[in-house]
Design a binder for this molecule. Sequence first.
Ligand SMILES: CC1=C(CCC(=O)O)c2cc3nc(cc4[nH]c(cc5[nH]c(cc1n2)c(C)c5CCC(=O)O)c(CCC(=O)O)c4C)C(CCC(=O)O)=C3C
Ligand SMILES: [Fe+2]
Length: 417
Amino acid sequence: MNDTSPQEISNSTTSRREEKPPQATRVHVAPGAHVASATPAAQGGEAHIERPGSYDAVLLSGFGGPEAQEDVLPFLRNVTRGRGIPDERLEEVAHHYRAFGGVSPINDHNRELQAALAAALEAAGIDLPVYWGNRNWAPYLDDVLAQAVSDGVRRLLAIPTSAYSSYSSCRQYREDWADALESAGLQEQLQIDKVRQFFSHPGFVQPFVAGVAAAVAEAEAAGYARAQIEVLFSTHSIPSADAENSGAGLFAEVDGGGYAAQHLAVAERIMEEAAPEVAWQLVYQSRSGAPTTPWLEPDINDAIAELESRSAVIIVPVGFVSDHLEVLWDLDREARETAEEHGLWVRRVATPGVDPAFVDGLVDLVRERVIGRPVGQRANTTRIGPWFDVCRPGCCAKGGAAPRPAIAELIPSESGE
Ligand SMILES: CC1=C(CCC(=O)O)c2cc3nc(cc4[nH]c(cc5[nH]c(cc1n2)c(C)c5CCC(=O)O)c(CCC(=O)O)c4C)C(CCC(=O)O)=C3C
Ligand SMILES: [Fe+2]
C-alpha cells in the first residue's frame, strides 16, 4: 500500500488553512461556481461543539429511482442522459425494475434515512434541517435547492448516499450538485460543501461487521466449518479507466486504483473484527457498458462458480448503503441463483440502511464539519484514514474525459500544490 495517507495530505492543507483567518476562504472551481475551503473555521475546537454556525442545512443526496411502471424508461433516460443509449437497450435494465412493479425501493430508503438523520441530529443538539434531493429522479436536486434558498438556506452540507471514491460514486455527485446550482441559477446565493467519502467511518463499517459475524455464526450453526466458508465483498463494477482516476492518485499501484484500495481496506477491517480466520475476496457486480470496454473484475457470478473448495458463501454488499434494486436483483436473484446452482449454502448480509450506528455516523460526519474537527481527531477505522473534505483537482474524473465543474474541489492555485 501507499505510504502517503490522505490524512497526512489533509493535515498539511489543514495546517496551512489554520494560519488564515477563521472565515472559510472561497475558491473558484469554474466561473460562477463557488466552494468553501476544506475545513471550516476551527476556532474553539471541541469546546464549541453543537453550535452550528457554518451551515444552514444538510442535503441528503441519493441516486433516485422510479416509483411506478411509467417512470421506468424516463428514469433510465435520465441516468444515461447525453450518452444516446437507445430505448431497446434500456429495456434490458427496465426489465429488472418492471419485475418489482416499476418501483425501486431506493426512494423509500432515503425518505427513512432523511427522517432518521433529522431525528438523530436533533437528539445530538445539532439544529440543522435535512433536505433530500436525487440525482436521477424526483425530488430533483435543482428543485430542492430552490426550495432551500426560499427557506433562507445559504450554506448546505451535502451527504451523498455513496461511500467510496470514483467517478460514479463521488465526482458524478459533485458535478450534479454543480449542475443543479447552475440550472436553478443559484451559484451566487447558495454554497454547497460535502462530507468526506465515508467508507472509513466506523458508522458505515460497523453494521457490516455485525452482519458478517451473524452470517458466519449462522453458517456454523448450519454445520459448516470456518474453512468451508468464503465471504464475498461485492461492489459495483466500474470502467477500469474510471478506477485508475479514483482516489486522488494515492493508490496508482493498486489494481482498481483508490476505488479498489478503499474497498479492500474496509473488507480487511470487517474480517478482522467479524471472522479473522475466514477466507474472503473482493468481487464486482452490475457491470454494464460495451463488452469491449474493460471494467473491474471478477464478476461475482464468476467468482462464485470458482469456489470449488467451499460449501458456504456469504455475500456482503459492501459497496452500497441500502438494499436497493441492484442488491435485490443482482445479488438476491442472480448471485443467489448462481450459488444455489453450485450447491452452495448462501446468505446475503444487509447494507447499513437506517442502522442507528450508520445514522449516528452521519451525525458525526456533520458534526466534524460544523466544529471544524482537526483531521487527526476524526473517526476512522481503516488503514487508509479519513478521506478528504475537498477533492484534489480533477479527482475521480471520468476516464478519458475532461473533468467538468464540480463542487468541493480544490483548484491548484489555491491548494498550493
Ligand atoms: C459505483 C456505482 C454505484 C455505487 C455508488 C452509488 O450508490 O451511487 C452505483 C449505484 C447505483 N446505480 C443504480 C442504477 C443504475 N446504474 C446504472 C449505470 C451505472 N452505474 C455505475 C456505477 C455505480 N452505480 C456505472 C459505472 C454505470 C454505467 C455508466 C452510467 O450509466 O453512468 C444504470 C444505467 C443502466 C445500466 O447501465 O445498467 C442504472 C439504472 C442505482 C439505483 C438502484 C435502484 O434504483 O434501486 C444505484 C444506487
Ligand atoms: Fe473524488
